[in-house]
Design a binder for this molecule. Structure first.
Ligand code: DX5
Ligand code: ZN
Length: 232
């Protein structure tokens, strides 16, 4: 059984105050998050629009940890350099975003950013065996991408377990994104995930003026995930 990886909590700012991104990033980091998950949506690959490289560049100075940029866009390649220049530490593209994902991952790595590969709930892992040497993170979507606050899709747990076995001891994070709460966090960490994205479950009940709830939510999600790792 591969060594359990340290659990990282990556709040998604999709669930934060869009008028206060800088202060929200500072607040979740002060309250103990490990990464900041930035959901870029283009209204084409997903039925929602959020923001682009300029917003990422604007929030970068407010992030001391890791800016984890999730590109829910198609095509991806024309925009990789812009997100790298904006300061993304991790740039994740969707397997489903185009026909040349191998080239996309190469292009992400060429910028010096870590390369992430995201899989929609309908995508299997059989097609990614030849991409592992180009990947630093695999994001298993546990909702259909585009919106926060959706219900966790439990069928993805088998995919996470199979991915964990496929990855073995390779230095590849398994990230889970969508519907992660204190109830579902133990399920995904027991299945082998180590980076947990959570939007509504982290930001609920708090604000930049009352950030303590962020810290309580982050701590509760982490504790539930770590406890489940110990029981494997
Ligand atoms: C959905 C995004 C997720 C989402 C998570 O397309 O990729 O990161 O913001 O939000 P919650 O945690 O509320 O499901
Ligand atoms: Zn995301």
């Amino acid at each position: 059984m591969p060594q359990a990886r340290a659990i990282k909590i990556a709040p998604s700012i999709l669930a934060s105050d869009f008028a206060n991104f800088g202060a929200e990033c500072r607040a979740i980091e002060d309250q103990g998050c490990d990464w900041v998950h930035v959901d870029v949506m283009d209204g084409h690959f997903v039925p929602n629009i959020t923001f682009g490289p300029a917003t990422c560049a604007a929030i970068r100075p407010h992030i001391k940890t890791v800016m984890d940029v999730h590109l829910m866009i198609a095509p991806v390649d024309p925009y990789i350099d812009a997100f790298a220049q904006a300061g993304a530490d991790v740039i994740t593209a969707h397997l489903e975003a185009g026909p040349h994902i191998h080239r996309t991952l190469q292009a992400i790595r060429a910028t010096g950013a870590k390369a992430g590969l995201a899989l929609n709930p309908g995508s299997g892992i059989d097609s990614i065996a030849h991409l592992l040497d180009l990947t630093d993170l695999i994001c298993v979507m546990t909702v259909n991408p585009g919106f926060g606050g959706q219900k966790f899709i439990h069928s993805q747990l088998d995919k996470i377990r199979a991915l964990r076995a496929m990855i073995g001891d390779r230095p590849i994070h398994i990230q889970v994104d969508g519907g992660v709460t204190v109830e579902t966090a133990p399920l995904v960490s027991a299945a082998g995930a180590d980076v947990l994205v959570a939007g509504s479950a982290v930001f609920k009940g708090g604000s930049v003026d009352h950030p303590a709830a962020y810290g309580d939510n982050i701590a509760a999600i982490r504790a539930a995930a770590v406890a489940a790792q110990r029981n494997i």
